[in-house]
Design a binder for this molecule. Structure first.
Ligand code: NAI
Length: 251
């Protein structure tokens, strides 16, 4: 049986994706930097380790790029893990997937924040790794801004990957969660400030890892065969609430 590759598998959303896949009887190649039973230890911030993972991986049923670091990490690490590693895995592994299978990338609502303009984002999302790292260096981008950029580039890359493989029956989708109750959220409070708690006040709670994982599982599955190239916000209605209250403020 072909396994599903899941990164960020040791914690939070990735661990929930692994649990749901195993419960459905699938095989999983669970990857994380954390040392844990059942985990293939790979540091996705290291491009050589990513290349070795690609070389050592056979045929797959699908790919879930879930691993991520918050904006409290150095900008270059954020861009390497959240974008460059996910892009490298998607580009290398999408051609090895069977018809109808998917690469699912976990982005973030942070991708929608104002930051770099769309033209720059498309250039970086489709250009060499060095351009992304140079951009971070020359603009002295902060960790939090690098987080937003990494997710914006991941969404743009997902569109490109879907377009490249659609005619051959390949799929690539992103999901963009709002705040989710996982270990990363305390770092988000530090790097993103009051917005995280404000979201909880508006909705009464944060998402659970399982609520996000359930959509990732759907997108990986044949039931999502006609869902391709999309970025699904998974925010419990946060964007809707904010949109309506902004409209209300203007009337
Ligand atoms: P988490 O901290 O529970 O899990 C992240 C996992 O990624 C950890 O197991 C960690 O060891 C792994 N990881 C980090 N750096 C790595 C590296 N260099 N190599 C290999 N693995 C590495 O956090 P969570 O919430 O499960 O995050 C999963 C994804 O969801 C991330 O991409 C995050 O940006 C995204 N996200 C999370 C939100 C939240 O509020 N929790 C909101 C929006 C997006």
């Amino acid at each position: 049986m072909r396994p599903y590759l899941v990164t960020g598998a040791a914690s939070g959303i990735g661990a929930a994706v692994v649990r749901l896949l195993l419960a459905d009887g699938h095989e999983v190649l669970a990857v994380d930097r954390a040392e844990q039973p059942g985990i293939v230890q790979v540091d996705l911030a290291d491009p050589d380790a990513v290349a070795r993972l690609v070389a050592d991986t056979g045929e797959l049923a699908g790919v879930a790029n879930v691993a991520g670091v918050p904006g409290t990490a150095p900008a270059q690490t954020v861009l390497r893990v959240n974008f460059l590693a996910a892009r490298a895995l998607g580009q290398a592994l999408a051609p090895r997937l069977p018809r109808g299978a998917a690469v699912v990338n976990v982005a973030s609502l942070a991708a929608r924040r104002p930051g770099v303009d769309d033209a720059t984002a498309w250039r970086l999302a489709t250009g060499p790794d060095a351009d992304v790292l140079d951009f971070a260096y020359t603009t002295s981008i902060s960790g939090p801004a690098a987080y937003d950029l990494s997710k914006k580039l991941l969404v743009a890359h997902t569109t490109v990957l879907a377009a490249e493989h659609a005619a051959a029956g390949g799929r690539a989708c992103a999901v963009s969660p709002g705040p989710v109750q996982t270990p990363i959220i305390d770092d988000f409070r530090t790097s993103m400030g009051a917005g995280v708690d404000a979201a909880e006040e508006l909705l009464g709670r944060h998402a659970t890892a399982e609520e996000i994982a359930a959509v990732v599982i759907f997108l990986l599955s044949p039931a999502a065969s006609w869902v391709n190239g999309v970025d699904l916000p998974l925010d419990g209605g946060l964007l809707a609430v904010r949109t309506v209250s902004a409209l209300g403020a203007r009337t």
